[in-house]
Design a protein around this ligand. Structure first.
Ligand code: GKR
Ligand code: MG
Length: 418
């Protein structure tokens, strides 16, 4: 039985926008603002648990619907809370992947609140950490020097500059390493013809000998192009991520690729695991608690991967500190995490919703917070500022292709491109 104190009084969902540089990918280019939602799960005793998840009109509406379903529930019954959220969304949202985003954000807020009530870090609530710091990879992007001037708004630059060729990518990697101490590198590909991206990876291999490298073109290539790139980069990549679309396509590439194939695109829900395993389509799974249903479900996913010999890495999207804290806590508890995790965090350092100081990328890793819950505190003024930015921005859904077309009207979205 819930004591009155641990009952959920209210779930406050706040959409926010924060600055994002012009990072290029297979779908276009990041807009000047990225969207997230911040969750505050308020208990009857005033304890507040935090969550963070990507924004967008549909997800915001689902979060708001789910918020009503959890009022009055016991925060320590996180499984029941997830089930109630799932049941609320099931009639309108058939995709378990889509429902997973919502159950996860609320589960993280429950675990944060539980940790605050018990005085234990979230990693302890998940069974305890097996490492004190979680390694992350430098996430390299081709990018423009600035967001172009559009609709009377001025151009907006950043302190990274442009990276549009192998030399630019190597320079970006050096700055990433100097600032944060990263020891592994992922290049977001699918932007330039494959030979140019092969050249960039070779330049990185020469500049950072022995340091793990990955390439992720987000399904920009056909099966035969993927096979060509995989052969060209034999012995250079630790893994090749989502070269082509779908489990069947990945399985075909995997038959000849000399390196493991990884995904955060063709295996994104429980029902994808069986066909992927049967066809040996992937050898590395990038977990992401944000859509796998939460931190506890991520640990269950890791156990399935262990049983079937699938290695583990971690996916990211543009995010702020509440998400980084949650990623760090769960990653700290996964014994089988074989690869450094992805994070966009360095790209989004211009804005934050948490009080600074709790999370730091040092020596390529984030120390696992040891304070209660996620170990981060919300900065109410920052939240308010970023919410107002959301309200005035007019941006309601991520649209990398649309933004690219506003800058380059001749841009044709659509994959595979090569
Ligand atoms: O931020 O442009 C980006 C990435 O392409 C992101 O949207 C992907 O989801 O990082 C992600 C990935 O590994 O595919
Ligand atoms: Mg990826």
């Amino acid at each position: 039985m819930a004591t009155t104190a641990t009952r959920i009084r209210e779930l406050i969902v706040t959409p926010i926008a924060f600055r994002d540089p012009p990072l290029l990918n297979a779908s276009g280019v990041h807009e000047p603002l990225a969207l997230r939602c911040v969750l505050q799960l308020v208990l009857e005793d005033g304890t507040v648990g935090l969550g963070e998840t990507p924004g967008g009109t549909a997800r915001l509406a689902r979060l708001q619907a789910a918020a009503k379903a959890v009022v009055g529930m016991d925060v320590f019954q996180a499984t029941a809370v997830s089930a109630a959220v799932d049941a609320t969304l099931r009639s309108t949202e058939p995709s378990s992947h889509e429902r997973g985003w919502i159950t996860s954000a609320i589960e993280v807020a429950c675990l944060d609140a539980q940790g605050r009530l018990t005085g234990r870090p979230v990693s302890d609530l998940l069974g305890g950490r097996v490492r004190d710091a979680v390694p992350f990879a430098a996430y390299l992007f081709y990018k423009w020097a600035e967001h172009p001037a559009l609709d009377g708004d001025p151009a907006v630059g950043d302190d990274w500059g442009a990276a549009l060729d192998p030399a630019g990518i190597v320079e970006q990697a050096r700055v990433m390493q100097q600032r944060y101490g990263f020891r592994s590198f992922k290049l977001k590909g699918g932007v330039f013809p494959p030979d140019e991206e092969i050249a960039a990876i070779r330049a990185l291999a020469e500049a950072f000998p022995g340091q793990p490298l990955r390439l992720d073109p987000n399904t920009a290539w056909t099966v035969s192009t993927s096979q060509y790139v995989a052969n060209e980069l034999d012995g250079v990549l630790e893994y090749l991520e989502d070269p082509t679309a779908g489990i069947e396509g990945m399985a075909e590439v995997a038959r000849t690729a000399p390196m493991p194939l990884a995904t955060n695109m063709c295996v994104i829900a429980w029902e994808h695991l069986r066909p992927a395993l049967e066809q040996n389509a992937i050898q590395v799974l990038l977990t992401d608690h944000h859509y796998w249903g939460g931190l506890r479900r991520t640990r269950e996913l890791a156990a399935v991967c262990e049983a079937f010999g699938i290695a583990l890495s971690m996916h990211s999207n543009s995010h702020l500190g509440i998400s980084l804290a949650a990623m760090t806590h769960v990653a700290a508890t996964l014994p089988g995490l074989d690869h450094s995790c992805d994070t966009h965090y360095p790209w989004n350092s211009a804005d934050e919703v948490i009080v600074p100081g709790a999370l730091e990328l040092r020596d390529g890793a984030v120390a696992v917070p040891t304070g209660p819950g996620l170990g981060v505190e919300l900065d109410p003024e920052a939240l308010d500022r970023l919410h107002r930015l959301y309200l005035t921005s007019g941006i309601r859904d991520r649209d990398d292709s649309g933004y690219m077309r506003s800058v380059r009207p001749e841009y044709e979205p659509g994959l595979p491109r090569w």
